[in-house]
Write a protein that binds this ligand. Structure first.
Ligand code: RIB
Ligand code: CA
Length: 317
């Protein structure tokens, strides 16, 4: 296994999240990649309320052996609309109602958007932001700090879709939670990679594959056990497995074209529609193009290579 010291130029990463079961798996992968230098983690309201996503993020960081990484609290609600949770997938506590030991790391008092900005300044334009929840924290940071767009090398989001919806027929859950925040992010001028449903719905892990993953070690077993609540919900709705939505966003900065494929596109977020609120409108399937190309939209994934990477990384615990 490569260790961090033998790597010339590590990638400074900030991870914004609403844990969340797939967020938890994504975080496990994040900390298993020696090429990543994780500068901070920030919690946002999303899958469950902020107090729970913040506690889950703290406890997961400790569980993965990385109490050296600070965890910050972010927004308790979207910029304008009412909060909506996804406890039907992630359980009341956000981790499939599995419990973790409480972290004894100091509780950071600085708000997430201030901590993110300071990390971006310190990284001198090299910071890669991976955001796998509603984009409220990111929008607040961009609104408060006018120089932030120049300080972010890339924003990788799990969110959106060119063709699909999982929160409504038009919209993906993270965008649907806070479309105004997402619109701010897509208009920020920062290079964006959109790990949306077009690609993530190709990553469904079957119950048997989850069970095999759970046999790797206690960390993987926790992730497999936490997935059971959402798996039952998926199976009750005709999908026999769990999509690795958030893990794909964590793998993108390192694996890129080795595992994924996509296209440059113009993407705009619908914030006014009653039926289409939260839709990421792309010009991928239109002869009418937007006058901008602001995102690289992932459309394909080599599922076998993805699962191989997930297994190799989880084996490191
Ligand atoms: O649509 C899937 C996304 O919504 C994932 O980030 C999941 O954790 C939920 O936040
Ligand atoms: Ca998430």
């Amino acid at each position: 296994m490569t260790n961090a010291d033998s790597i010339e130029k590590r990638i400074p990463i900030w991870f914004d999240t609403d844990p969340g079961v797939d967020d938890a798996m994504a975080m496990a992968l994040l900390f298993a990649i020696p090429e990543y230098d994780v500068k901070g983690v920030s919690a946002v309201a999303g899958n469950v309320e902020l107090d729970k996503t913040f506690e889950n993020a703290r406890n997961l960081v400790a569980f993965f052996g990385r109490k050296d990484v600070p965890v910050y609290k972010g927004a308790a609600r979207p910029l304008f609309r009412e909060p909506r949770t996804a406890t039907f997938v992630h359980g009341e506590n956000g981790l499939g109602n599995m419990t973790l030991p409480a972290s004894d790391a100091p509780v950071e008092k600085k708000p997430a958007w201030d901590a993110l900005y300071e990390a971006a300044k310190a990284a001198e334009g090299e910071l890669v932001l991976v955001a796998v929840g509603p984009l409220t924290n990111v929008a607040l940071a961009l609104s408060k700090y006018g120089s932030l767009p120049k300080l972010l090398k890339e924003i990788v989001i799990m969110g959106g879709s060119a063709k699909w919806g999982n929160a409504s027929p038009a919209a993906e859950a993270n965008i649907f939670c806070d479309a105004e925040a997402a619109s701010t992010v897509f208009q920020s001028g920062v290079p964006i990679t959109m790990c949306g449903l077009d690609m993530t719905l190709q990553t469904t892990m079957s119950p048997a594959e989850l069970d095999r993953m759970g046999q790797l070690n206690p960390t993987a077993k926790f992730l497999r056990d936490a997935a059971q609540h959402g798996l039952a919900y998926s199976q009750a709705h005709g999908v026999d497995g769990m999509a690795l939505h958030d893990p794909t966003a964590v793998l993108w900065p390192l694996y890129r074209g080795d595992i994924f494929a996509g296209e440059e596109a113009g993407v705009a977020v619908e914030t006014k529609g009653t039926i289409t609120y939260g839709k990421t409108v792309t010009d991928l399937y239109s002869d009418k193009q937007f006058p901008f190309k602001n995102a690289f939209v992932l459309l394909e994934v080599d599922k076998e290579k993805l699962f191989e990477a997930v297994t190799d990384l989880l084996k490191r615990y």
